[in-house]
Design a protein around this ligand. Sequence first.
Ligand SMILES: Nc1ncnc2c1ncn2[C@@H]1O[C@H](COP(=O)(O)OP(=O)(O)O)[C@@H](O)[C@H]1O
Ligand SMILES: [Mg+2]
Length: 386
Amino acid sequence: MEEEKAVTVIGPGKPGLRGRLAADLAALGYGVRETEAGLVVCAGGRDCREGSRRFEVQDAFDDILHASPEIEKTLSLVSVVAPTDAIVLISGESGTGKELIARAIHRNSMARTGPFVPVNCSAIPETLLENELFGHIKGSYTDARCDKKGIFEFANGGTLFLDEISETSLALQVKLLRAIELSEIRRVGDTHPIKVSCRVIAASNKDLAGLARSGKFREDLYYRLNVFPIFVPPLRSRPADIDLLARHFLEQTAKRLGKPKLSLSRTAIEDLQRRPWPGNVRELQHFMERLVLLNSGPVIMPSQLPDKDASPAQAPPLPEPDLPRRRNAAPEGEGLAQAEKAHILRVYEECGRSATKAARRLSISRTTLWRKLRLYGLAVAAFLVG
Ligand SMILES: Nc1ncnc2c1ncn2[C@@H]1O[C@H](COP(=O)(O)OP(=O)(O)O)[C@@H](O)[C@H]1O
Ligand SMILES: [Mg+2]
């Protein structure tokens, strides 16, 4: 029975995808057999029998632009794992597209009709994170005036995306492991377990294996999460994507800002391909926005590219969708956003995590509060309850 459960039929999928998929999966130790219906894949290299899981792969990866074989390979793994309910661990530097991939997995999964719930574990203070994930019951601490559902419950029937999982405390990791293994949670202050059923996708921009080895991340949780690892390579190692993405962002931004169409000279593209892009695709995206604001084109030459180490102060201000990600390190120049966030989260906590009360005390609308909490990775529970 176990063996049957482990079998996934993938197909028919994109023309040309099957062969590559089959090779990739075999290299990873999966048993692979080609049938008319598609690829029959099973874990552990055992004999493949057509099992209970049959799934059409939707080619819904259109938003993940790529020209490089590296991302093609990543996507072939994504299409294998998406239709199963396996836990996926996505690793890669910040800005490489991990969340984009998590969303693609959700869209192609059995849970696609359910919600996709992202939680940024590094953006939320420790005590608040536990409450948000598991909920609490009335009276579990001062100001907890009513029961509150946790994010695990809101993600029921859908996908829970635990981003920056390395930033959770060892104590919380024990609880996460329990929730994942038993598919049940306990609200803070409660002794009754509640059954939950959601697909878990975790992501990390740190080396979780290394952290687990050095005792900074629980090994048992690491092994539980590392069922199907997917690595998203940094942008600098896939120059073919830089070309495509740069043109895409240029066009997209020009359109959005109502500016004339710009194009990049061959030498400008080569210049971009030589840059290190420590912030990866996100950095390239912002860079291209800056370019559109600074130039009227029509063809961008290397001399018109903003300096490699231009400080943000020299560039025109841009809307910054990403809040500081580290809990304790406020990067230079982001002090205000950091202070605002700390203040909002403190008030929110003092108000017993009631969005209505907190919004009133902060003199902002509930919608504004909700938007802020969502940026901090706290969307669902805050909005729907209280
Ligand atoms: N291959 C891609 N095609 C189009 N946009 C991308 C691609 N990879 C990343 N992006 C964009 O770059 C930004 C950062 O991606 P995100 O998934 O948030 O990265 P991460 O989670 O690894 O930090 C997002 O705006 C995302 O839409
Ligand atoms: Mg991210």
